[in-house]
Every structure is written in structure tokens, then in C-alpha cells.
Design a protein around this ligand. Structure first.
Ligand SMILES: [Cu+2]
Length: 167
């Protein structure tokens, strides 16, 4: 397989997720649609970039909207994707987030003729040239400003991060 998914399994988290989904479905969303919206995020040295936007510009998603997020490493080096808040610093080096946005959300990893559903999704690692496709819907509880970052040593410090906004 072309990438590694690191996950933690949290007992009881599924009921929380199902609760969020029920609330999101009941409330409805002004701009969200039932159609899965495709967003391609390219990664390189040292940036995240959505088509039609500048490098490391904020990435904005809607709560309640089903998404297909395509992460494509178009760079020359390995990169990783984490989305969260509160950077963890280990011995002076940034090393991930205290809180991870997708940790309590059902995420389907799609590709190569197979599909995996998981919760407790923390991180994607992509070698140069690799792509991964994720399906997920963010709940209203996710509304706010997060950050997407790469914590391969030196990359975050080189500026490989961007605001990740859920509206
Ligand atoms: Cu990187």
C-alpha cells in the first residue's frame, strides 16, 4: 500500500460520532448539498494547495457536507497530513497536534480497489507522487479554525502549514 494510516481506537467514540451525524442531519445546512464535493489538495515543498488558491491559503470546508478529499503529493519528498489544534512540541521540535480534527469522525479511505472505514484517524503519510482519497462529513461541532500541517522533521518549521477552516 502506498501510504500509512496511524489510528487510535477509542471505545465509546462511535456513539458520539453517531450523535453528531444525527444533529447535523436534523439541522440541515444552508450551503451544504447531498452531492459529495471533491476537493484536491496538492502537497509539495513546503505547502498545501487547493486548485485555484495560493499555496498555504486557508482551506475552507462546510460542516454537514459530504466530501471527497484527494491529497496528492506532487513534491519530491515524503509529506504527511495532520489536521488539528495545539501543536505538540517535543524537545523543541513540532510533532503533531494535541487535538486531531478527524479523530472522532468516521473517515473512509478509498482507493486501489478497496475501501476502509475508520474512526480515530490521525495522519496520512505520502511518498513523493502518491495520492490518497478520503471520504468524510464534518459535524457542526467541528466548526471553527483548525490547522493542516506536515510534521516530517523540518517541514512544519519550513512553513508547511495552513489554516483549515470549517464553516
Ligand atoms: Cu512535508
Amino acid at each position: 500500500m502506498g501510504y500509512i494510516v496511524r489510528r487510535t481506537w477509542i471505545v465509546g467514540m462511535m456513539s458520539v460520532v453517531l450523535g453528531w451525524v444525527a444533529v447535523a442531519a436534523a439541522m440541515g445546512h444552508g450551503q451544504a448539498t447531498d452531492e459529495r464535493v471533491v476537493v484536491r489538495v496538492e502537497m509539495g515543498e513546503y505547502y498545501f494547495q487547493v486548485e485555484g488558491h495560493e499555496r498555504n491559503e486557508p482551506i475552507v470546508l462546510l460542516a454537514g457536507q459530504p466530501y471527497e478529499i484527494v491529497f496528492a503529493n506532487v513534491g519530491m519528498m515524503e509529506h504527511e497530513v495532520l489536521i488539528g489544534r495545539d501543536v505538540v512540541v517535543e524537545e523543541g521540535i513540532p510533532d503533531g497536534y494535541e487535538v486531531n480534527l478527524l479523530d472522532a469522525i468516521e473517515v473512509d479511505v478509498v482507493g486501489e480497489g478497496w475501501e476502509v472505514g475508520t474512526s480515530g484517524f490521525v495522519e496520512v503519510e505520502l511518498e513523493a507522487g502518491e495520492t490518497v482519497v478520503l471520504h468524510f462529513t464534518l459535524p457542526d461541532e467541528a466548526i471553527g479554525t483548525w490547522e493542516i500541517g506536515c510534521f516530517i522533521p523540518g517541514h512544519y518549521q519550513a512553513g508547511m502549514l495552513a489554516p483549515f477552516v470549517v464553516e
